[in-house]
Each structure stands twice: as structure tokens, then as C-alpha cells.
Ligand binder design. Structure first.
Ligand code: CP
Length: 301
């Protein structure tokens, strides 16, 4: 999970012990507030974000580090400066770490390989969003009382929807599998190819909903062309929406998740998103806690 210079780019190949160490720190979330005093964090967001951008800023500040935000709009990238020239410029200013979100799948990995400071992937294209997966694991472990050892054996996580477009799915599959969870992917063939990332794939959500310990709904990513994969909206809602009826079929203690932002009443019924099984707001809170733990490690706090 961590490179030798403390980059966090992907959950692919992450060791369970490294994941569990972050979850432990994030769960206890006990910081003095000066762990990273004197350090600076450049938050480079070349794609829109609410949760990830603000929580990295908050997390850095609460460890005593100074966050500086840069977005594509308003940066010299609008004048044609390349991504690499932009990050070299930022590195030359002496930042202690770079957090980057970018639309290209390999952007964070490429940047990490070309700068000397630690790089944390805040979401890259359709490929990886490691800190989202860490936050989601934190929520699942806390909800299912697995905080002593973070062993998810026997838990079944059902991930539903636009999986091919989803970096959240990619990172969660890698991470949850390492922790011992069983992953089942559900969606139409265009969104979930058979055998995707070696997971069990089902087409019938009603057939698996009762067996899930966590149901993770994914946003249909219209901005990545997923609208073409959906087909008729009413058919998608009929077959794959987490409706109130489906949520009622979930077993006691099973939780509803969505990384956000949501298309309310498309992939998830509003009443379910706001209902008692929903951990969606907890996921946002978990995002801040894991980002504190991740930044503390990256900055050697
Ligand atoms: N889940 C997530 O990455 O949300 P943002 O795009 O708002 O950061």
C-alpha cells in the first residue's frame, strides 16, 4: 500500500497489515494536534470534489500541517501548463506532500514517480480511490464490531451499479478482499462484466440482497459516459435501485452505503439514503479520520 517514500497511490496489492494499521489509527483518532506542525500539504484537485478535498484540508489542519488547495480552474493549467510542470512547480515550493485528484487513471502513479515528496491519490480516473476504500472499511468494521483485529471474514459486501466506471469499487474490491470479506458485484452486463476483478457477479439484486452485511450503492457516472450503459432509466430503477422494498429485505444489522455524491432516486431511493440503515454520513466522517491517519503516516508525523 505504501511505497518506500510513503506514497499511497493504490490499494492493489496492499497488505492487510498496512490497511489494518490505518484503520486502527483512524478508529481511535487520538491526535495531539501538532503531529505535523511545520509540514505543508498541496491539495491538487483537477476534478471536482466536495468530500475528499475538504476532508484532506481538514485532516491536514487538525494535525498541525498547513494545507494549500489548487484546482484546475484558476491554475496555470488553463494556459496550457502540463500536469507534470504543475506538480514540479508545486514541489519546487517545498511542499511536504502532494494530494492529487485527476481524471486520468494513472495520473497519481505518474506524479508519484516524478516527485520526491509523498503523493496521496485522492481519486484517479476509473481506477483507484484508496482513501475512500479505507474510510469505507472503517465504517464496515465499526458497524459490524470488527474493530478488534479488523478481520472481515464471514462478511458479505454487495457492490451495486456502475462498477466499470468506479474507482471506489476498484479500491474497495482490493481492500475488502484483503481484510477477508466476500465481495459480490451486481449490475447489468455493460456495467459489471462477468468475472470483474475475479469477483462473483450476479445480475439479480433481489437474489442477493437478503444475504448482504453491507450494500454499497454506486453512482451512475454520467460525466464518464455511463448514461449510455444505463439503458432505460425506469428499467434501471426497477432492476438495480436500492428501493425501500429492497432495503426492508436486508437482514437486521446490515448497512447501506454510498460514497457520494448520490443521484437520489436513481441508484438509491431518497428514503433509504436518509433511513436508519444508512451509513452514508458516517462514511463522510470516516473519510476525515482515515485521511488524518494517512497524512500522519505520509508526513512521518
Ligand atoms: N466520494 C467522493 O470521492 O466524493 P467527492 O467527489 O465529493 O470527493
Amino acid at each position: 500500500m505504501w511505497t518506500s517514500k510513503r506514497d499511497l497511490v493504490t490499494m492493489h496489492g496492499a497488505e492487510a497489515s498496512a490497511i489494518r494499521s490505518v484503520l486502527h489509527d483512524a478508529h481511535w483518532d487520538e491526535w495531539e494536534g501538532d503531529e505535523c506542525t511545520g509540514k505543508t500539504v498541496a491539495n491538487l484537485f483537477f476534478e471536482d470534489s466536495t468530500r475528499t478535498r475538504v476532508s484532506f484540508s481538514m485532516a491536514a489542519g487538525s494535525l498541525g500541517a498547513r494545507p494549500v488547495d489548487l484546482t484546475a480552474l484558476g491554475s496555470s493549467m488553463s494556459k496550457g501548463e502540463t500536469l507534470l510542470d504543475t506538480v514540479w512547480t508545486i514541489e519546487s515550493m517545498g511542499f511536504s506532500a502532494i494530494v492529487i485528484r485527476h481524471g486520468e487513471d494513472d495520473a497519481a502513479a505518474m506524479v508519484a514517480s516524478r516527485v520526491h515528496c509523498p503523493v496521496i491519490n485522492a481519486g484517479s480516473g476509473r481506477s483507484q480511490h484508496p482513501t475512500q476504500a479505507l474510510g469505507d472499511a472503517l465504517v464496515i468494521g465499526e458497524a459490524h464490531d470488527r474493530t478488534d483485529g479488523w478481520d472481515f471474514s464471514g462478511l458479505r459486501v454487495v457492490i451495486v451499479g456502475d462498477i466499470v466506471s468506479s474507482r471506489v469499487a476498484g479500491s474497495n474490491i482490493d481492500s475488502l478482499r484483503m481484510l477477508g470479506a466476500e465481495i459480490v458485484l451486481v449490475g447489468p452486463g455493460a456495467m459489471v462484466p462477468d468475472g470483474f476483478m475475479g469477483c462473483t457477479v450476479e445480475r439479480d439484486l433481489d437474489g442477493v440482497i437478503e444475504s448482504a452485511d453491507a450494500v454499497m450503492m454506486l453512482r451512475i457516472q454520467f460525466e464518464r459516459g455511463a448514461g449510455e450503459l444505463v439503458g432505460a432509466r425506469d428499467e434501471y430503477v426497477r432492476d438495480y435501485q436500492l428501493s425501500e422494498q429492497r432495503a426492508k429485505a436486508m437482514k437486521p444489522g446490515a448497512i447501506v452505503m454510498h460514497p457520494g455524491p448520490m443521484n437520489r432516486d436513481l441508484e438509491i431511493a431518497s428514503a433509504v439514503a436518509d433511513g436508519g440503515q444508512s451509513k452514508i454520513r458516517k462514511q463522510v466522517n470516516a473519510g476525515v479520520r482515515v485521511r488524518r491517519a494517512v497524512l500522519n503516516h505520509a508526513l512521518d508525523g
